[in-house]
Ligand binder design. Structure first.
Ligand SMILES: C[S@@+](CC[C@H](N)C(=O)[O-])C[C@H]1O[C@@H](n2cnc3c(N)ncnc32)[C@H](O)[C@@H]1O
Length: 256
């Protein structure tokens, strides 16, 4: 893992001696503490599920192969992962998708610390505290962006998609695994801190796909089969998303 003070995406790495549970000001659009209050971190139950071996198994052996089949690898590319959690997705992006450089960010300092430990020996990987709705990286920085079950957890999730569109290179790919059906979303309230979200934009399959379109992210037919995903979520007790797909950023960005 890179030891530079600033990640390649311009996201400052967590300093080892910082004790505050709130990170320093990092976002370009205002202090990070505001972003943290606008977001929802996992609570103890959420961490138990998301940091479980079952989640890692499903992510590695079901979600990743499905995503690869839909969108291919990112061989040698520069990749961003949003809401990286403990870093299993980051390992997958390096190992299976063959990214050369990876910036992984999460708003929760504890998750970032876990991911840093997991990725400590990995070349080309950087982990940082950061807000997906205010990414500190120039326009057109990445060949691909990954979202393993993170964006649905952000009250301002359409802003995160606007940011995905902004930081992708034209033609860049957005890989997503999301939790969309009401049946799966209802129990989420028990897995995050601060429910209900302060300024929520209702999240649904249609709303997500509409926002992708609005931000110039073209899915076409590249969505995984819904019945297969429902089976997967049932078998994994809800630890897999039910909306998996890939979108390309159209060469000409659409108006925000
Ligand atoms: C449901 S967990 C998924 C974690 C991991 N990607 C996985 O698949 O196991 C969502 C993650 O997104 C992070 N998160 C929530 N809001 C965020 C934001 N605005 N910016 C970046 N990360 C955020 C949470 O801290 C949490 O680690």
């Amino acid at each position: 893992m890179s030891s530079s003070g600033i990640g390649a995406a311009g996201m400052r790495r967590r300093s080892a001696d910082r004790t505050s549970s709130e990170p320093e000001s990092l976002g370009p659009h205002g202090p990070m503490v505001c972003a943290i209050r606008r977001t929802m971190k996992l609570n103890r139950l959420g961490r138990l599920g998301l940091n479980s071996p079952m989640r890692a198994f499903v992510q590695r052996h079901a979600v990743a192969p499905l995503s690869e089949r839909l969108g291919g690898r990112v061989e040698g590319g520069r990749v961003l992962e949003l809401g990286c959690g403990r870093g299993v997705g980051a390992e997958i992006i390096l190992d299976c998708f063959r990214a050369a450089e990876l910036d992984a960010l999460d708003i929760d300092p504890d998750m970032v610390e876990r991911a840093e430990r997991r990725l400590a020996a990995r070349r080309g990987a950087r982990v940082a505290i950061g807000d997906a709705t205010s990414i500190n990286a120039p326009d057109g920085s990445f060949d691909a962006v990954f979202d393993f079950g993170a964006i649905h957890q952000m009250p301002d999730w359409p802003l995160a998609l606007a940011e995905v569109s902004r930081v992708l290179k034209p033609g860049g790919r957005f890989f997503f695994e999301e939790v969309a059906s009401p049946l799966l979303r209802w129990p989420l309230r028990f897995t995050v801190e601060g429910w209900p979200p302060p300024r929520a934009h209702p999240f649904s399959r249609d709303a997500f796909l509409t926002q992708l379109e609005k931000h110039g992210l073209d899915v076409g037919q590249r969505l995984a089969d819904r019945r297969l995903l429902y089976l997967l979520t049932a078998l994994s007790s809800g630890l897999a998303g039910d909306l998996v797909g890939v979108a390309d950023l159209r060469a000409r960005r659409m108006a925000r």
